[in-house]
Ligand binder design. Structure first.
Ligand code: ASP
Length: 429
C-alpha cells in the first residue's frame, strides 16, 4: 500500500497516515455535495482534477511498455499464445453478454418512452463499417517510437511482446556477449518498470484532491439535468451495469473458485479511479498495480492482458450502447424489433472494441450503433434531440461504464491467471 511509503512525521502526516481509500471516498462524496450545492461557482477547481488525469496519463505509456517487455521476456511464447487466446475469448464473450444485459434492461424499463420527440427524417441506412482488415494490420507499428509517442496501445503491445521475447531468447544464448547484453537490458527494463509503479503510488497520494475536483465539476455541470427521463436512462444503464457485475463476473469468478468479495476488495481502488477519471487508459497504472498487489496476478500476465483490455474490452460501454440505442428509438416513438436488436448486439460489440479508453469515447461510437439500425443523427431531427439529451448527461453514464470496463478487464485477467495456475494463492486465502 502507498501508506507504507508515507511520511511518518511532518505537518501533513495525518494525511499520509490515514487510509488512502477512505480519503478518496471522502473526496468523492464531498465533491458531489459541493458540486451540487455550489453549481458553476465551483468550476475553478477544474485544474486540480486535470492535474490528476495528466499525472496518470503521464505514466501510462511507460508502464505498459516497460512492464510488458519484462512480462513477455518471462513467459514462453507458447504460454503467451495460450494466455492471448483465452483472454481474447473471455473479452469477446463477456462483451456480447453485456450488450444483451443492456438490451434486457432497456426493454424492461423502456427509458425515453413518452418523451414523444416526433419522429424526424425517414430512417436511413448509413452504417459505416469499420474496416476490420485495416484495424488488424495497424497493430503492426511501422515505427515503434512513433507509436510510443502517440500512445497507440495495440502497436505498443505488439512491439513490446516481440522485443521482450527476443531479449529472453538472447539471454539464453551460449555466446556470452549476447546473453550478457540481453540480461543487462532486461534488468534495465525491470528497474524502469519498478520505478513506474513507484510513481503510481506517489500519484495516488494526490488522488483524493483530484477526485474531489473531478466530481465537483461533473455535478456542478450535470447534476440537475439528470432528473426526469434522463434519470430513467441513467437508472436503466446503472442497473444493467450492476447486473453484469454481479451475475456475469460473479458467476465467472465462482466457476474458477475465486471469491467475488475478495475480488471486489482487491479491485476497488482501480474501480474508484475509473469511476472518477472516466478513462480506462488513465486508470491502467492503478489497474495493473491492483492486479499484481491485491489479486496476486503475475506481472507477466497482467502487463499483457490489462493494457489489451483497457483498449478493446469495454463491457460497460457495450451495455450503455444497447440502452441508449433503445432510448433514442423510444424517445422518437419507435421501437426496435428483434432483428434490429440483434444488429445492435453486433455493432455495440464492435463500437466498444473501437472506443478509446478516454472520457466520452462511447458517446461518439454510439453514432455508429444508431446508424446501424437506421437512426441517423441529422441536424435538427428528433433523433438528434434525443442524442443531445444523452450527450448532456454523458459524464454521469461514463463514470459507471468506465468503472465496469476496467472491472471486466480485471475479472478476465484474474480468471486467466487462475487457469494458468499462476495466481498467488496467499492473496486469496
Ligand atoms: N470512458 C470509457 C473508458 O475509458 C470509454 C467510453 O466512453 O465508453 O473506458
Amino acid at each position: 500500500m502507498a501508506e507504507e511509503t508515507a511520511r511518518k512525521s511532518g505537518f501533513m502526516s495525518w494525511y499520509f497516515q490515514s487510509n488512502l481509500l477512505v480519503r478518496i471516498l471522502i473526496g468523492l462524496v464531498l465533491g458531489a455535495i459541493v458540486g451540487l450545492a455550489a453549481g458553476s461557482s465551483i468550476l475553478w477547481v477544474k485544474p486540480f482534477g486535470d492535474v490528476f488525469i495528466r499525472l496518470l496519463r503521464m505514466i501510462v505509456v511507460p508502464v505498459i511498455f516497460f512492464s510488458l517487455v519484462v512480462g513477455a521476456a518471462s513467459l514462453s511464447p507458447s504460454k503467451l499464445g495460450r494466455v492471448g487466446v483465452k483472454i481474447f475469448i473471455y473479452y469477446m464473450l463477456t462483451t456480447v453478454v453485456a450488450v444483451i444485459f443492456g438490451l434486457i434492461s432497456a426493454n424492461i424499463f423502456r427509458p425515453g418512452t413518452g418523451l414523444d420527440l416526433s419522429a424526424g427524417q425517414a430512417a436511413g441506412k448509413a452504417l459505416t463499417q469499420p474496416k476490420v482488415v485495416d484495424t488488424l494490420i495497424n497493430i503492426i507499428p511501422v515505427n515503434p517510437i512513433e507509436s510510443l509517442a502517440k500512445g497507440d496501445v495495440l502497436p505498443i503491445i505488439f512491439f513490446a511482446i516481440i522485443f521482450g521475447i527476443s531479449l529472453s531468447f538472447l539471454a539464453q544464448s551460449r555466446d556470452e556477449r549476447l546473453s550478457g547484453g540481453a540480461a543487462a537490458v532486461l534488468k534495465f527494463f525491470d528497474g524502469a518498470a519498478e520505478a513506474m509503479y513507484s510513481i503510481v503510488r506517489g500519484v495516488m497520494q494526490y488522488a483524493p484532491i483530484g477526485v474531489f475536483a473531478l466530481i465537483a465539476v461533473v455535478f456542478a455541470q450535470q447534476g440537475a439535468k439528470a432528473l426526469g427521463p434522463l434519470g430513467m436512462v441513467t437508472l436503466t444503464v446503472y442497473l444493467a451495469l450492476v447486473a453484469h457485475l454481479l451475475i456475469t463476473y460473479g458467476v465467472a469468478l465462482k466457476i474458477y473458485g475465486l471469491k467475488f468479495s475478495r475480488f471486489l476488495a482487491g479491485a476497488k481502488e482501480a474501480m474508484l479511479t475509473a469511476f472518477v477519471t472516466r478513462s480506462s487508459s488513465a486508470t491502467l497504472p492503478i489497474t495493473m498495480r491492483n492486479a499484481e498487489e491485491n489479486l496476486g496476478v503475475p506481472r507477466s500476465i497482467g502487463s499483457f492482458t490489462l493494457p489489451l483490455g483497457a483498449t478493446i474490452n469495454m463491457d460497460g460501454t457495450a451495455i450503455y450502447q444497447g440502452v441508449c440505442a433503445l432510448f433514442v428509438a423510444f424517445a422518437i416513438g419507435q421501437s426496435l424489433d428483434f432483428g434490429a436488436q440483434m444488429t445492435i448486439i453486433i455493432t455495440a460489440t464492435l463500437a466498444s472494441i473501437g472506443a478509446a479508453g478516454v472520457p466520452g469515447a462511447g458517446v461518439i461510437m454510439l453514432l455508429m450503433v444508431l446508424n446501424s439500425v437506421g437512426l441517423e443523427v441529422k441536424e435538427g431531427s428528433a433523433i438528434a434531440m434525443a442524442y443531445a439529451m444523452i450527450l448532456g448527461i454523458d459524464a454521469i453514464l461514463d463514470m459507471g461504464r468506465t468503472c465496469l470496463n476496467i472491472t471486466g478487464d480485471l475479472a478476465g485477467t484474474t480468471i486467466v491467471a487462475k487457469t494458468e495456475k499462476a495466481i498467488d494463492p496467499e492473496k486469496w486465502a
